[in-house]
Each structure stands twice: as structure tokens, then as C-alpha cells.
Design a binder for this molecule. Structure first.
Ligand code: GFB
Length: 315
């Protein structure tokens, strides 16, 4: 398991252990830096690893992606290239690469099917990250085509849940709004600022659903997985199939938290892609769909945030 300290990786560890897999191998960054090729090669040579979940990545919200494109493209290309190649050389039987719905063109037809990949220009605010993720899919696909490797890919929509990043500069919108509305209630503030116009639409998936989907995809017999995808479009979308505008999301979070003040939109901040809704029919055809509704998922994540509030505000 690469990336077990992150929101997705930690959910995956919980899910795998819940399915009775006692042998999940993880390493702290201090013991294994995945951006260092020689360290990754040594690790794979020393351990007997059968299956790899590649959830390690540099991730962030619209502001971090927009302001640090060099960091996003470098770290992600290094991590995924090192892990995928070392996994192949050590003979692992199966690998799962995790990407993101920002791989699709900015103005892709909605909902976005897997076949929309590389059919148009990307969204500018996260182009560097998206190019790295597209390279990851293509690397898995290429190892499949050249070597027959069983290297699979899943592309999640916008994720949220426990252990998310609540830092207002680098987080995604959902944890940012949970924090902003909670802080406003605590401080008695009457106004909360929401970035952009509020018009963009996003699809949100709870990370426990994402982890369950990853396990489902990895447990599929090779014949089922490779029959459902194509040689040059080998990934599978993971989402709920429903989206919501940022203004509606802000209203829902305000209601859940009990904020009764005003919501203001900050037009100086970018909107990003106008809409990102995944076509999830490929995954549904393989027998999986999301179970955690948005209201329930937000309430659960709000509970987690308030439980860990002291760590969040000092971070
Ligand atoms: O979640 P988010 O940062 O990422 O922003 P993206 C989604 C939308 O919410 C944008 C708006 O229109 C933001 O302007 N928004 C409103 C806010 N208030 C806030 C706020 O306080 N914080 C944040 N962060 N947004 C990222 C990509 O895109 O999503 C990555 O940059 C990746 O590459 C990831 O794909 C899932 O959905 O725009």
C-alpha cells in the first residue's frame, strides 16, 4: 500500500483489513521516500509483494494546483514511475493506479465516459497534475500491452472524508467549507466567503465508498476487468453519478452545521472546470455502486473534523 497516511490510503487500509487481509505492508515516508528511485527499487527487491495499491500522490485543491504546478507534476510523475516500474521488475501479480477525474478535457461532454480521455484541452488550473495522472494510466496500459502486466487504473471523482486536508490554502472545497462554516459558528461570524461564482458543478464521493470500489475492482478476475475496458482506454471511473453546484454544496454544509448567516462569493478566486460528472456505467456493469449519500457523508466527515478539531487548527 503506497500512501497509507493519506485520506484514500488510510481508507484503503481500513477496507482491506475489514475484508480480512491481514498482510497490508506500509512504510512511513521517513523510511521510504517514493520519489527516490533507488529507495523504491530496494524496497520492492527486499519485500515479497503480491498486490500494489498506488494511492500515494501529491494532491490538493484548486489553489495549490494552480500555484504549484511544478511540484504537482514532478512528485506525481516520480512516485508513480518509480512504483509502477519497481512493482513490474519485482513480479507483483496485480497493481491498482489511482488517478482523478481532472484527466478529462475541461469541456468534455457530461457525464464523462472513460472514452473522453485525450479528446480535448485540459483545465488550466490543474493541467500539470492531470498530465501526470494521464501518464500513470498510460504507463499501466503500456506495461499491459508490452508485458501482459495486470496493472489496472481507477479514476475517482472529487473525494472527501476522514483524514482529509483541512488547510484552507491547499484543501479541496468540501473540507474547506466544513472548516469555514464551523469556524464562523464558533466565532459568531455572520458571513462566510466561498471562492469563485458558486456555479461550477462537482460530484463528491465519500472515501470509504472509494476504498470499497478499489477493493471491488482489484478482486475482479483478470478476464472480467480486461473485457470491460479497452487496450487504449483501460481505466474505470468511480463516482456516484450525481453532481451538485458549489453554491448548493455551501447551502447544504451551512444547514448541516447550523450556520444561519450569509454566504458571499469571492469572484477573485478561480472556478476551474465548469462541470465534472463521471459516467459510472462501466463500474456499475461490473457490479459496484456508491452507498454513502452526500448528506450522510458530510455529516460523518463533520463529526470526524470536530473530533480532531484541535489538531486541525494547530496544523
Ligand atoms: O475542490 P476544489 O479545490 O477543486 O474546488 P477542483 C472546487 C470548486 O469549489 C472550485 C470552489 O470552483 C472552487 O473555486 N471553492 C469554493 C473552493 N470555495 C472554496 C474553498 O474554500 N476552497 C476550495 N479549494 N475551493 C481539484 C484539482 O479541482 O480537484 C485537482 O485541482 C483534482 O487536480 C481535485 O482533480 C479532485 O475540483 O476545481
Amino acid at each position: 500500500m503506497a500512501g497509507h497516511h493519506g485520506m484514500v490510503g488510510s481508507a484503503l487500509v481500513r477496507a482491506l483489513q475489514g475484508r480480512g487481509d491481514p498482510h497490508v505492508i506500509t512504510r512511513d515516508r521517513s523510511a521510504l521516500d517514493l520519489t527516490r528511485q533507488s529507495e523504491v527499487e530496494r524496497f520492492f527487491a527486499a519485500e515479497r509483494i503480491d498486490t500494489v495499491y498506488l494511492a500515494a500522490a501529491r494532491v490538493g485543491g484548486i489553489k495549490a494546483n494552480n500555484e504549484q504546478p511544478a511540484d504537482f507534476i514532478r512528485d506525481n510523475l516520480q512516485i508513480q514511475t518509480n512504483v509502477i516500474h519497481a512493482a513490474f521488475c519485482s513480479g507483483v501479480s496485480r497493481l491498482l493506479f489511482l488517478g482523478s477525474s481532472c484527466i478529462y478535457p475541461r469541456l468534455a461532454e457530461q457525464p464523462m465516459s472513460e472514452e473522453a480521455l485525450m479528446t480535448g484541452p485540459l483545465e488550466g488550473t490543474n493541467e500539470a497534475y492531470a498530465v501526470a495522472k494521464i501518464a500513470g494510466i498510460k504507463m499501466c496500459e503500456s506495461y499491459r500491452r508490452q508485458h501482459g502486466a495486470d496493472f489496472r487504473s481507477v479514476m475517482p471523482t472529487n473525494l472527501y472524508g476522514p483524514q482529509d486536508n483541512f488547510d484552507l490554502e491547499s484543501s479541496h472545497v468540501l473540507p474547506a467549507l466544513l472548516r469555514k462554516f464551523h469556524q464562523a459558528v464558533l466565532a459568531g461570524d455572520g458571513v462566510v466567503q466561498v471562492w469563485g461564482s458558486g456555479r461550477p458543478r462537482r460530484e463528491f464521493l465519500h472515501v470509504d465508498d472509494m476504498a470499497a470500489a478499489c477493493c471491488h475492482v482489484m478482486e475482479l478476475p483478470p478476464g472480467d476487468y480486461w473485457a470491460a475496458v479497452s487496450d487504449r482506454c483501460s481505466h474505470i471511473n468511480v463516482g456516484t453519478g450525481e453532481d451538485i453546484s458549489i453554491a448548493e454544496l455551501a447551502g447544504l454544509i451551512a444547514e448541516i452545521i447550523g450556520f444561519r448567516g450569509a454566504i458571499e462569493f469571492d469572484a477573485t478566486m478561480p472556478d476551474g472546470t465548469p462541470r465534472k460528472l463521471l459516467d459510472v456505467s462501466r463500474l456499475r456493469g461490473l457490479g459496484w455502486e456508491a452507498h454513502i449519500g452526500l448528506r450522510e457523508g458530510i455529516s460523518r466527515t463533520y463529526g470526524w473534523m470536530t473530533e480532531h478539531w484541535e489538531n486541525i487548527v494547530v496544523a
